[in-house]
Design a protein around this ligand. Structure first.
Ligand SMILES: Cc1cc2nc3c(=O)[nH]c(=O)nc-3n(C[C@H](O)[C@H](O)[C@H](O)COP(=O)(O)OP(=O)(O)OC[C@H]3O[C@@H](n4cnc5c(N)ncnc54)[C@H](O)[C@@H]3O)c2cc1C
Length: 409
């Protein structure tokens, strides 16, 4: 038997298991997925939990239900990978051997990495919405909040779904307006970027949106520490921003098992070939999703496009052929803009998000970089698509390579 081991049964790992299982001969192949929990969360749903649109139970499913019957799920913590011996050590000391390895262990937040961020005020006047407990806690805080200065602070890049902090602010604007207390709430974004987003055209459009919605932006802010007593963020240059409620997007890193394996960069992301998705220097190891060090967005939609490329390249390597599929950095994301509307961005390594239309037979076109109700419905529909199409490894009517159709340069 040949052994394919997939580390992480989240968005990327589950999708990949579902793509390979029907193709690999089960008499010849053993597919194993390892994940430390049985709970699979639809993470884009964390954005909506603080506003009461979803409850946690609306966005979680048992992990094994989404894996193919031909794959074995081991629920255990991964301790480390020994890439020289082609083995993976689990926390319970069992050893798994592999012929091919796919690392899909994702990215996670680390508030404790910033001085003063994770202290006794964490979960009270400071909170995240990137974890199940954080988003639920923030929901409880917002329910009773009567106004003041709400600051969304991005500690450093990269983060998962780089538009989520903006979406949070847009939804907060909508939420406090509906509660009739918007005039008592000061909304602010504090970011290390020079604008609202990582790419100039989208940054301009989203920056205009923030301005129109009276959400102020403090750009180029390198967060050095948080002073909980004084309720202020302090930058490396000693500039200060005060808050009453801090919604933090803490530093993201790859999982600690990557560091223990000696396979990560300074943030524990795995150095990966940006086109083939092979781990640098390890021909039988591939990396998928948020675990990579690629300059593409850390997003489920990106993991989906990558999985199509990886499928081709994995089969090429197994069959001794040259890898020909190339990932172009394609990313596609709906952006909630509040009041039942949303925007859509579609871009890749080379092409920044452009205005125009995004054709989608039967449903679209969706408006690019422009608000519309259909984009909002697209975002809400994404939850169904996630569980029923994306995770199942099924084809979407959107190519893995970015298309210029409908875009205006
Ligand atoms: C608030 C928020 C909003 C988002 N919005 C969007 C959006 O609108 N659109 C979009 O496309 N994406 C969005 N994303 C991003 C998307 O959820 C992630 O990019 C996607 O889940 C990445 O998939 P992954 O498989 O790489 O990582 P994950 O899905 O995080 O999976 C990693 C898995 O590895 C397991 N694991 C890690 N380390 C170990 C270990 N040592 N032992 C055992 N198991 C381990 C974890 O338990 C986990 O199940 C959002 C994310 C957040 C947090």
């Amino acid at each position: 038997m040949r052994r394919l081991l997939i580390l992480g049964g989240g968005t990327a790992g589950t999708m990949m298991a579902n793509k390979v299982a029907p193709v690999l001969d089960e008499q010849e192949w053993q597919i194993t997925v390892v994940d430390c929990t049985e709970k699979h969360y639809y993470q884009p749903g964390f954005l909506f939990v603080p506003f009461g649109t979803y409850r946690l139970q609306d966005i979680v499913k048992p992990r094994h239900q989404y894996l193919p019957s031909g794959a074995k799920l081991i629920v255990s913590e991964i301790d480390r990978i020994d890439a020289e011996k082609n083995t993976v050590l689990l926390k319970d000391q069992s050893i798994l051997k592999y012929d091919y390895l796919i690392i899909a262990t994702g990215a996670e937040i680390h508030p404790e990495m910033t001085e003063g961020l994770k202290d006794e005020e964490w979960g009270k006047s400071k909170c995240d919405f990137y974890t199940p407990s954080g988003s639920e806690r923030l929901g409880r805080i917002l329910q009773n909040w009567q106004g003041g200065k709400l600051v969304v602070s991005i500690t450093e890049m990269p983060i998962k779904c780089p538009v989520a902090p903006l979406e949070f602010l847009f939804l907060a604007d909508s939420h406090f307006t509906a509660r009739g207390i918007r005039d008592k709430v000061d909304l602010q974004l504090v970011t290390p970027l020079s604008g609202a987003f990582t790419k100039p055209k989208a940054s301009q459009v989203l920056g205009d949106f923030l301005e129109r919605k009276k959400i102020s932006v403090t750009p180029d802010f390198g967060l050095a520490r948080v002073d909980s007593k004084e309720k202020k963020l302090v930058g490396w240059d000693e500039t200060e921003v005060g808050y009453d409620l801090l919604v933090s997007i803490p530093t993201h890193t790859g999982n600690a098992c990557i560091e223990r394996s000696g396979l990560g960069d300074e943030l524990n992301f795995v150095p990966t070939n940006k086109e083939t998705l092979q781990a640098n220097g390890l021909p039988n190891v591939f990396v998928l999703g948020d675990a990579t060090n690629l300059p593409s967005s850390k997003a489920g939609a990106v993991a989906h496009f990558q999985a199509e490329i990886l499928m081709e390249n994995f089969l090429a390597v197994v069959e001794g052929r040259e890898m020909r599929a190339r990932f172009d950095g394609h990313a596609n994301c709906f952006i909630e803009s509040g009041f039942g509307k949303g925007l859509l961005i579609d871009f890749n390594y080379e092409t920044e998000p452009l205005p125009g239309e995004f054709p989608l037979p039967g449903i679209g076109p969706f408006t690019l970089l422009k608000e519309s109700s259909i984009n909002h419905y697209g975002k809400l529909m994404f939850r169904w698509v996630y569980w029923n199409v994306l995770l199942r490894g099924m084809e979407l009517p959107i190519g893995s390579a970015m298309s210029m159709a409908g875009k205006r340069a």
